[in-house]
Write a protein that binds this ligand. Structure first.
Ligand code: F6R
Length: 242
């Protein structure tokens, strides 16, 4: 596990986007797993900047998003589909056919997850998956549990996550209670993993994930068992590391 501690969020985003640049440079048709959420916004801004400067092209890249809320459609302001288009996809040269996001409006979420998993496998698996981390240690929407999850599945969101994400909605009641997410096994099968965390509110989760025991009550702790993980933190999220 390689850990980079950036001075601040701006530097964190530059390091993260550079790591993605390097993956695409060595494999222009890379398969990327991508997160949404506040932490990723600055990274997408940097990637868009690199594209506009002509340093980077996404024309051969395929993406798979980590997750989507159940019940939210493409046009919903809070869907991850909309987040990805607004913050990233519509600003770069990615082929829309190469974009994959679980369908939050699928009539059968479990079936949708099975098909999503098959698509990832058919594409040859992910070269790099980029992750954020929840304050409760979740990755994707793999919430603290008694066991590590397997492949992509429909998950009931933890109340901590609903509370944390309610900042994007009018109230906590509006936050969907279920989501479709890549499973821990899906994530661990990626060739490379990059975990990002910014801010004091992530310091405890980062400490447990990186230095604590490997336990499904901190889903991110499983990353200690992967052979190619890069963790990019800012000083605040790294503040409890020994
Ligand atoms: C979102 C996702 C989540 C977030 C995590 C951190 O696609 O998979 O695991 O990465 O909740 O979210 P922020 O960055 O908003 O703190």
């Amino acid at each position: 596990m390689e850990v980079y501690i950036a001075n601040d969020y701006t530097e964190l985003c530059k390091i993260a986007s550079k790591n993605i640049l390097n993956v695409i440079k060595s494999k222009p048709n890379a398969i990327l797993g991508l997160p949404t959420g506040g932490t990723s916004i600055g990274m997408y801004k940097e990637l868009v900047k690199m594209y506009k400067e002509g340093i980077l092209s996404f024309s051969k890249v395929t993406t798979f998003n980590l997750d989507e809320y159940e019940g939210l459609g493409k046009e919903d302001a809070n869907s991850y589909y909309k987040f990805m288009y607004d913050n990233f996809f519509k600003h770069v040269d990615i082929k829309y056919d190469n974009i994959n996001i679980p369908d939050g409006l699928a009539s059968d979420s479990n079936k949708e997850c099975e098909e999503y998993e098959m698509k990832i496998r058919k594409a040859g698996g992910m070269d790099l998956v980029v992750l954020g981390i929840g304050e409760n240690g979740h990755i994707g929407f793999n919430e603290p549990s008694d066991f590590f999850s397997g492949f992509s599945y429909r998950v009931k969101l933890h109340e901590d996550t609903i509370r944390a994400n309610s900042r994007f909605f009018n109230s906590a009641d509006e936050v969907p209670k279920y989501a479709l997410t890549m499973g821990i096994r899906t994530i661990m099968l990626s060739k490379k993993i990059m975990l990002l965390a910014s801010g004091e509110n992530k310091a405890k989760a980062i400490k447990s994930a990186i230095e604590g025991v490997i336990t499904p009550s901190i889903p991110a702790s499983i990353l200690q068992l992967h052979r190619d993980v890069t963790v990019v933190l800012d000083k605040k999220s790294a503040s409890l590391l020994s």
